[in-house]
Design a protein. Structure first.
Length: 356
């Protein structure tokens, strides 16, 4: 039993990143045809790609529902980078529902959110999340949160199920040793003295902080579980603000180099239903909003940015295009939490993809 587990047989509904949007998840399940217990009249199975928590109004409710579905045998799930952050007690943006130190800053951005304050509830959440694999596969499909990268998948296959946090910590310790050898922390402290402002302050653009960049790249190059849950990364030409933080590394469209026959479904990458794909890295440039992508057109990102809804609501910004999606397999159609459906399209080098 490893961190890469088998997908169940039969038809699947693969649900994108949820980020605490419980009402969206409940609506999506109704549109997909699941009853309140999680049963489907066609014996379909739900597959969750991770990032259940943070930013949205009810992360505890989402985890509770996903756990009930998984333990009832109606769903399977993998952990994403937000689950890893929680397990490692590494509070990041939007995690105020679980971490006291994030409440003030998160409330300003995400208004009200249900908190997990009961110790038994918190322990149950951590136990469930740590029990999840990081990847799922069968002969016709693979599911991973961020990147199906063969060398790192091979390493994860050797790691026992239930050891996600321990294994992540092990590899982070290795990265920390390299950082000490390169004196990265000292160089970061020097940069902090030059730029003392919070990197979550979107109004103040920092200079390029090379040590901060090196710190992230160091972990990305060494830790295989970071690759699987966060993706491949590289240094960016200049700082950019994304995910409520100034960043110095950018995600890589690894799918353009993916040459294997088996299709892969991922979350993580904040895709849009709008024709213009607006991620800073341009990961979906020349890819239609409902298109398969990659060099062989057999990778699909099912994250349609529902995680941005909470902040949009707080600041009264439009958010109708931010949706929770499920990719139906083998039909390869999309169902959204507003009930709309779309056929997915074949990949081609233009923003106007043609039907498969």
């Amino acid at each position: 039993m490893s961190l890469i587990q088998p997908l169940p047989p039969g038809p699947l509904d693969i649900v994108g990143d949820i980020h605490g949007e419980l009402h969206a998840l409940q609506a999506l399940l109704r549109h997909l045809g699941y009853d309140e217990t999680g049963r489907h009249p066609q014996a379909r199975t739900l597959v969750f790609v991770g990032d259940f928590v943070d930013r949205g109004p009810d992360s505890p409710g989402v985890v509770d529902l996903v756990q009930r579905l998984v333990e009832g045998g109606y769903a399977c799930a993998i952990a994403g980078n937000h689950e890893i952050n929680l397990l490692r007690h590494d509070p990041k943006d939007g995690a105020g529902w679980f971490f006291e130190e994030r409440i003030a800053s998160d409330t300003a951005k995400y208004s009200q959110f249900a908190r997990a304050t009961n110790m038994l509830q918190r322990a149950r959440i951590e136990t469930f999340l740590n029990s999840l694999p990081l990847g799922l596969e069968r002969h016709d499909l693979r599911v991973i949160h961020a990147a199906w990268h063969a060398p790192d998948i091979a390493k994860a296959r050797q790691m026992p199920l239930g050891t996600a946090r321990a294994q992540y910590d092990h590899w982070e310790a290795k990265a920390a040793q390299v950082a000490r050898e390169q004196r990265i922390a000292e160089h970061m402290a020097e940069e902090n003295a030059i730029w003392p402002h919070s990197l979550e302050d979107g109004e103040r653009c920092p200079p390029f902080l090379q040590a901060h960049c090196n710190n992230e790249l160091n972990k990305a190059l060494i830790n295989p579980l970071k690759v699987l849950t966060c993706g491949l990364e590289r240094q960016t030409p200049e700082p950019f603000f994304a995910g409520n933080k100034w960043r110095f590394v950018e995600r890589v469209a690894w799918w353009n180099s993916y040459t294997e026959d088996t299709p892969v479904v991922v979350g993580h990458y904040w895709r849009s239903t709008l024709p213009a794909q607006t991620t800073h890295e341009g990961l979906f440039r020349n890819v239609g909003p409902f298109a398969w992508h990659g060099g062989r057109g057999n990778v699909f990102c099912v994250d349609y940015s529902v995680g941005a809804r909470a902040q949009a609501r707080t600041f009264n910004r439009p958010h109708a295009h931010m949706k929770l999606a499920a990719l139906r397999w083998p039909e390869r159609t999309l169902v959204f939490d507003d009930g709309s459906t779309h056929a997915t399209n074949a990949f081609m080098q233009s923003a106007q993809a043609q039907p498969a």
